[in-house]
Design a protein around this ligand. Structure first.
Ligand code: NAP
Length: 244
């Protein structure tokens, strides 16, 4: 039976773990042909083996999302394989929670490059393909830290605010070309994100944070909108959040 994304091609960055992996499962379950990228090849291979049961076997591009060559190779893999690209999910990201006075210039570069430079690079190389097609959906995995500032997360918040601004500007720039651009902004999610860099396995396990599958549901919603509708931003919070 055809899924909602049968015949569509989706490129997911940061697909080797957490939210990216959950999104890969959700989009494959709807029949999408996936291009998966991250640095850990074995994880991507294992995921591709698993997903091949539901949909066309995902194409894997191993590389660092901060490198322009990785973005170029991933977009080219879509063109060389299925010959089109319908969805780009800019999900690769990193966090390192520190007070400002403990944050080095290297910490800043690592977070800004992994979160925002990668978003720029993949979007930069995908957009000419989408413009030529006259259609496409670009989603950015930002955060509630891209909507509100949080103590001890100044640089991380700056990277996530940057993604929201980038998405808002591109929504206006690319809509005339039939391209939808949206930001997905979850609160905390139970993944390996920031482990040893502000979170511990125990603190994540004991928390009431969202599950990666919750976020994948929102991503699926945003990339299965009817042709005349677009999702600009989704803010998500756990139901366990306090009332004050
Ligand atoms: P995660 O479990 O740590 O996964 C991060 C993914 O990004 C991995 O697949 C990792 O792959 C990839 N990645 C990191 N640095 C990379 C690099 N330099 N080059 C290529 N890939 C890289 O984190 P997550 O929770 O799923 O986070 C995904 C996104 O959601 C991030 O943008 C994050 O900011 C955002 N977010 C997370 C939360 C949360 O609480 N978890 C909340 C809101 C928003 P490799 O290590 O294999 O390269």
């Amino acid at each position: 039976m055809a899924g909602k994304l049968t015949g569509k091609v989706a490129l997911i960055t940061g697909a080797s773990a957490g939210i990216g992996q959950a999104c890969a499962r959700a989009l494959a379950a709807e029949g999408a042909q996936l291009i998966l990228t991250a640095r850990r090849a074995e994880r991507l291979e294992a995921l591709a083996d698993e997903l091949a049961a539901h949909a066309p076997r995902p194409i894997i591009v191993v590389g660092d999302a901060r490198d322009e060559a990785t973005a170029q190779q991933a977009v080219q893999a879509a063109l060389d394989g299925p010959g089109r690209l319908d969805i780009l999910l800019n999900n690769a990201g990193t966090g390192n929670y520190k007070n400002l006075v403990d944050t080095s210039a290297e910490d800043y570069d690592d977070m800004m490059d992994t979160n925002m430079r990668s978003t720029f690079l993949f979007t930069r190389h995908a957009v000419p393909v989408l413009i030529k097609q006259g259609s496409g959906t670009i989603l950015l995995l930002s955060s509630m830290a891209g909507i509100y500032g949080f103590a001890g997360e100044a640089v991380y918040c700056a990277t996530k605010f940057a993604q929201v601004g980038f998405a808002q500007a591109l929504d206006k720039e690319l809509r005339p070309h039939g391209i939808k651009v949206g930001a997905i902004c979850p609160g905390g999610v139970k993944t390996e994100f920031a482990l040893g860099r502000g979170r511990t396995e125990a603190s994540v396990a004991e928390s009431d944070m969202l599950e990666p599958e919750d976020v994948a549901g929102a991503v699926l919603l945003a990339c299965t909108q009817s042709p005349g509708s677009r999702i600009i931003e989704i803010q998500m919070r756990t139901m366990a959040e306090g009332l004050t």
